[in-house]
Design a binder for this molecule. Structure first.
Ligand code: ADP
Length: 346
């Protein structure tokens, strides 16, 4: 099977989730996607590129060499097993690495190479001889921030002069002790504290600002406000980059507040179908979406003509009944997965 295995779990109830629960769902889903995906998804669909300056030539790259990366970074990219830029990277990287810096709003489903792209942009813009934060990246949760931090560490493996600091809860710092690391990754609240209350970061010296997982971010009102407060402290000319897996109106409105004069890149979704997805269930806690949501959720696994695997968590008689309604609705068998037999899963 393709590398994507999708676990579904739903709460039995009236389906009325609080904002906080909704946000947690999104953040968890996003993290799960990252943890289980080891390859970039191969999207054959067209990218839509909206250039701020329509007169500048549309420029995309098919190789990492064309980007003229620092040799240490090119080595890091190849060491990670990347041979060529993904669809979104083909367009986003030249824009992000251009001089003068360009702002970007990019939307594409998870697994399309957004994180790798902005990490490369941050690492490229750092001046390692300067010992203060120059790139600032905010993520919606602690776990997602750590995950992105790992990518920065991996890609920067051969660029050891560049250091990374984590502005996340639990990382206690004394007031006024200036941070020497050139890249800071963190959650909005802690980053704001580090800039304003503790004065560990001088926001005026930031050259690249990345707001990752904007759709998850805005699910919490507080995060939205904190992000905007951080953004307002940044100097004119600071490059602003915003990424999102989805693009509802609310995300779009937020993006336009955070990123002035943006270039825009969108990657269209593939059609969803269940034909290439093998479905199973296991018994556990939780369960209750409707047919559409179900298709939408598990549709992610089997795209691009690859085969996919969906595992439903069945926690009660009621969720078993719901599962039976899917079987009937889509006319596809959902067999019980023998959880003692890992070979069967593989
Ligand atoms: P996103 O941020 O859009 O969810 P990631 O940047 O996390 O996507 O990439 C998804 C997976 O694909 C990761 O495992 C990453 O290491 C890998 N990846 C990213 N870019 C490439 C590439 N150009 N070639 C091969 N693999 C890639």
């Amino acid at each position: 099977y393709a590398s994507s295995i999708f676990f579904l779990s739903y709460t039995v109830g009236d389906g009325d989730k609080s904002d906080e629960e909704e946000k947690e769902d999104r953040a968890t889903q996003s993290l799960l996607n990252k943890l289980i995906r080891s390859n970039v998804v191969n999207n054959t669909n067209q990218v839509e590129v909206l250039q701020r300056d329509p007169n500048s030539p549309l420029y995309s790259v098919k190789t990492f060499e064309e980007l003229r990366l620092k040799p240490q970074l090119l080595k890091g990219v190849y060491e990670m097993g990347f041979n060529r830029p993904s669809k979104i990277q083909e367009n986003a990287l030249p824009m992000m690495l251009a001089e003068p810096p360009q702002n970007l709003i990019a939307q594409s489903q998870s697994g399309t190479g957004k994180t790798a792209a902005f990490v490369l942009a941050m690492l490229s813009h750092v001046d390692p001889s300067l010992k203060w934060p120059q790139c600032l990246c905010i993520s919606p949760t602690y776990e997602l921030a750590l995950q992105t931090g790992k990518v920065i560490e991996q890609m920067g493996k051969f660029y050891s002069e560049v250091k990374l600091a984590y502005a996340v809860r639990g990382h206690k710092m004394d007031r006024g002790v200036k941070i020497k690391e050139q890249i800071v990754i963190g959650t909005p609240g802690t980053v704001l504290d580090w800039c304003v209350k503790l004065k560990l970061i001088d926001p005026k010296k930031i050259k690249v600002f990345v707001l990752d997982e904007a759709d998850v971010m805005i699910a919490t009102q507080g995060h939205q406000d904190q992000s905007i407060r951080i953004q307002r402290m940044l100097p004119k000319g600071c490059q602003m980059l915003l990424f999102s897996a989805t693009f509802e109106d609310s995300v779009w409105k937020f993006a336009e507040r955070v990123v002035p004069d943006p270039n825009i890149i969108k990657l269209k979704r593939e059609e969803e179908t269940l034909d290439t997805i093998k479905q199973y269930y296991v018994l556990c806690n939780n369960g209750n979406p409707d047919n559409e949501t179900y298709l939408h959720r598990i549709g992610r696994t089997g795209r691009f003509g690859k085969r996919g695997l969906a595992v439903n968590m069945v926690d009660s008689q009621r969720s078993m009944e719901i599962l039976k309604t899917y079987e009937k609705h889509f006319n596809k068998k959902i067999g019980r997965l023998d959880t003692d037999d890992l070979d069967e899963i593989e």
